[in-house]
Design a binder for this molecule. Structure first.
Ligand SMILES: [Fe+2]
Length: 397
């Protein structure tokens, strides 16, 4: 991480969407975009709950103001299936749309990303799984997050479930999935239920913490990750408990989730995102919630490998070094700070509180982590073998 030159343009260093706008009212920028790109027909890709809650209305209004005809595809489900991406792509082709607008959490934005590419390149969706397998640029793509969490609006990553492979998660990474326009408008997070705000906010914190300690971090991603940790520590509680009544906290959370996304897309993640895999796929625990529960346990495991870094995370979360305490002591306070944050936003700190999870399964869970998420384990700052993974699950239970 300290060797080599970190270009801000080369692949696997700093990568960005073509354009990012953020702040209250960013949604309105769609009108000018539609005009400048001469868009005729825009398809909004979202889920039925978001559409029913009226969150899509200002998006539709902005597209309309720019002169586009708008249709809504609201068939996105959590853990979107690859087949559903194909459905969205077919809708785009059949309707001769010339703009895709993903509105929602990670599921809707990820679906919009890959559907935009498949609308132009009609290849089997499974052929795009993995790194760099999308044949080329897709339809113009705008992404608008309605949670402050995944950071999907600024990444080139899509996470899907593969029904033909037992519902396993598959990931598509490709530079062609970067948005042409990412609009991060905290106004769209106004109607987030508290539980969703908490879980997605903890996902963002996980991105920031993992980006800050991952083996692939760079000085550039450090800046983003560190700042995101601090903003989330300062604002998540208020964003969860005051929601629509606290514009400042929602602004800070939207901004923090975005920069945490920009950090991890350039640095990779770590063991939290590996260990959540079996909980999500086999027990249906939501991504943010699973990350939140496992984060302090993985941090505790990682502290001895990077005490300085975890001490810095502790400071960013408001902890101080008492007289006589060592750097390591302060580093462990980062774990306590995250536990307290979980408690304060209504998230448990143990797996057993998520429901019935069979502890006899932890060995197999570990195998699943290595099979499907080894890249995240490889980037973790402390080496892990199968026994270590089992031990973390046991401590987290
Ligand atoms: Fe995540």
């Amino acid at each position: 991480m300290f060797d080599g030159v970190h270009s801000i343009t080369e692949t696997n260093s700093i990568q960005w969407p073509k354009r990012v706008e953020y702040g209250f009212g960013a949604t309105d920028e769609l009108a000018a975009f539609v005009e400048s790109e001469s868009v005729d027909r825009a398809l909004v890709v979202t889920d039925a709950d978001i559409a029913a809650a009226g969150v899509v209305d200002p998006v539709e209004a902005a597209l309309d103001a720019g002169g586009a005809t708008v249709e809504i595809f609201d068939g996105v489900m959590p853990e979107p299936k690859l087949s559903m991406v194909e459905d969205a792509a077919a809708t785009l082709r059949d309707g001769e749309f010339d703009l895709v607008v993903g509105v929602g959490g990670g599921s809707s934005m990820d679906t919009a990303k890959l559907a935009s590419a498949l609308a132009v390149h009609d290849v089997p969706v499974r052929d795009t799984v993995g790194m760099g397998n999308v044949p080329g640029a897709g339809l113009p793509l705008a992404l608008l997050p309605t949670t402050a969490g995944t950071g999907s609006e600024v990444t080139h990553i899509g996470v899907f479930s593969d029904a033909d492979d037992g519902g396993n998660k598959v990931v598509v990474y490709d530079e062609h999935l970067f948005a042409d326009l990412a609009l991060v408008d905290p106004a769209l997070t106004e109607s987030l239920p508290a539980g969703v705000a908490a879980a997605t906010g903890m996902d963002a914190l996980t991105h920031a913490v993992e980006a800050y300690v991952t083996m692939l971090r760079t000085p550039y991603t450090d800046v983003l990750a560190r700042d995101a940790v601090e903003r989330i520590g300062d604002n998540l509680r208020a964003a969860v408990h005051q929601g629509a009544g606290n514009d400042g906290a929602r602004y800070e959370m939207s901004f923090a989730a975005m920069i945490a996304g920009q950090a991890f897309v350039n640095s990779g993640l770590g063991a939290v995102h590996a260990l959540t895999y079996p909980l999500g796929v086999e027990y249906g625990v939501g991504h943010g919630l699973a990350n939140a529960v496992l984060l302090p346990h993985v941090m505790e495991y990682n502290v001895p490998a990077e005490p300085e870094r975890f001490a810095e995370i502790a400071r960013l979360l408001g902890e101080e070094r008492a007289p006589g305490e060592t750097t390591l002591d302060l580093a462990y306070k980062s774990v306590e700070a995250v536990r307290e944050l979980n408690e304060d936003v209504g998230i448990p700190n143990q797996i057993r509180d998520l429901g019935d999870v069979d502890t006899e399964e932890f060995g197999r869970f570990a195998d699943v982590c290595f099979e499907y998420s080894e890249h995240n384990i490889d980037r973790n700052p402390r080496d892990l073998d199968r026994g270590d993974v089992i031990e973390i699950f046991e401590n987290a239970y």
